[in-house]
Design a protein around this ligand. Structure first.
Ligand SMILES: *Cc1c(COP(=O)(O)O)cnc(C)c1O
Length: 226
């Protein structure tokens, strides 16, 4: 298949705007392997997918040093398929899912990195933990016994709106909440350091509001064909 989109050019345009310390997760969902290979050839190694089956096929046929992030809503019955190879599961939105990731990671002798997904946006997603749910999950403490997951930080999606001030407010809420949780539970855990926010339309605001990991698809690979 021919690539009819200049992935290389667009990838570098994005990378050039990211300050040091902000990593790029190239969101490749719905895009063919050739697009991923074009970014890989430029040194990109972290890619994000949101469907288990699509990820399975891509993982099987693409270079093994790619770090795959699962960024979508993950059903517990799908965890077993990605646990053997996934690098990070970004959108953990329940204790039940966290338990299942721990269970499946243990079965394959791995430690899977995860982020807790916050629901702060007004309407962008119906998934994610409210701040109080997240406080509750951490206060419960069951996660401390889970040796096969490592909670590395927080993830969120801002509202899909044109109002930049609202997007900024939501991201600042996430940043403040990160500080709260870091101080309360992870003050001595260097692994808890990731703030995953920012997509094609709002990643510059995300960088300004302390994101460490932006998840960008369209600006690199062009529009998705569903
Ligand atoms: C699709 C998706 C992205 C990337 O969105 P773009 O607007 O294409 O950059 C980021 N995060 C999540 C959770 C997504 O599902």
């Amino acid at each position: 298949m021919m690539i009819d989109y200049d992935v290389k050019e667009h990838l570098h345009q994005v990378l050039d705007t990211l300050p040091q310390g902000v990593r790029l997760v190239a969101i490749s969902k719905y895009h063919p392997n050739e697009y991923i290979e074009a970014a890989y050839a430029e040194g990109q190694r972290i890619f994000g997918e949101s469907h288990e089956q699509e990820l399975r096929l891509k993982h099987a046929s693409l270079p093994k040093d790619i770090e795959w992030h699962f960024i979508g809503h993950l059903q517990t019955n799908k965890v077993k398929y990605i646990a053997p190879y996934v690098s990070m599961i970004e959108a953990v939105d329940s204790l039940r899912l966290l338990r299942e990731i721990n269970r499946q990671a243990e079965r394959c002798g791995r430690v899977v990195k995860v982020l807790l997904e916050l629901h702060i946006a007004e309407e962008a997603t119906k998934y994610g933990l409210t701040l109080d749910d997240c406080r509750q999950l951490l206060a419960d403490g069951e996660w401390r016994q889970m040796e096969h997951v490592r909670i590395c930080g927080l993830m969120m999606m801002a509202s899909n709106v044109g109002d930049q001030a609202q997007i900024r407010r939501e991201m600042l809420t996430a940043r403040d909440f990160f500080s709260e949780v870091k101080a309360a539970y992870f003050a001595h855990d260097d692994a808890f350091c990731e703030r995953s926010w920012g997509m094609s339309d709002d990643y510059l605001i995300a960088v300004e509001t302390g994101s460490t990991m932006v998840r960008i698809g369209t600006s690199i690979f062009g529009p998705r064909v569903y």
